[in-house]
Ligand binder design. Sequence first.
Ligand code: ADP
Length: 161
Amino acid sequence: MKICVYPGSFDPVSNGHLNIIERIAQSFDEVYVLISLNPNKKYTFTDEERLYMMKKVTSHLKNVHCELSEKLMINYAKEKNAKIIIRGLRNISDYDDEMTRFQFNRTINENIDTFFLFPTMNNLFLSSSAIKELIIFDADVSEYLPKKILEFAVKIIKERK
Ligand code: ADP
C-alpha cells in the first residue's frame, strides 16, 4: 500500500495545491492532506474553515483524506503508515526552505522520505498570500481558487482584511 502525506497551511487551498493533490492521488493508494495547526502562525481562516474548504475541493477524490493535526508532521506520517511526504516546489526560496525541512525531518525519522513536485505552468506563481492580496484589491481570482470555494473564500477574506 502506497501512502503519502501532503502537509500545508492551505489558507486557503488554491488551484496550485489542488493540482498537486489530483496528481498524487493517481500515484498513491491513500493521500492524507494534513492541515497544519501552528499556534505561532497567524491564519486568515480558522482551522475548521481550512478543513472545510479542503474537504469540499477534494470530495471527488475517494482516496484523499483531509485532517487537522497538532502533531509533528513526521510523527503524523508514521502514525498513518506513510513513507512519503509530498511538497510542492515553486522557486528558489521554496528550495532553500525545503532543503532545511527535508534534513530536519530525516534527523527525526530517516525512514520517511520527501518527494517534490513542480507546479504546472499556470500555477507556477500562485501562493495563498498573493491570492489574498489580490482579493483585497478586488481583482478577479477565479482562475486561482477552486470554483467550489471561490465565493466562500472571497467573502471571508474581504470581511477579515
Ligand atoms: P503557501 O505557500 O501558498 O502558503 P502552503 O504552506 O499551504 O502554501 O503550502 C503547502 C504545500 O503546497 C507546500 O509544499 C507548497 O510548496 C505547495 N504549494 C503552494 N502553492 C503551490 C502552487 N501554486 N503549486 C504547487 N505547489 C504549491
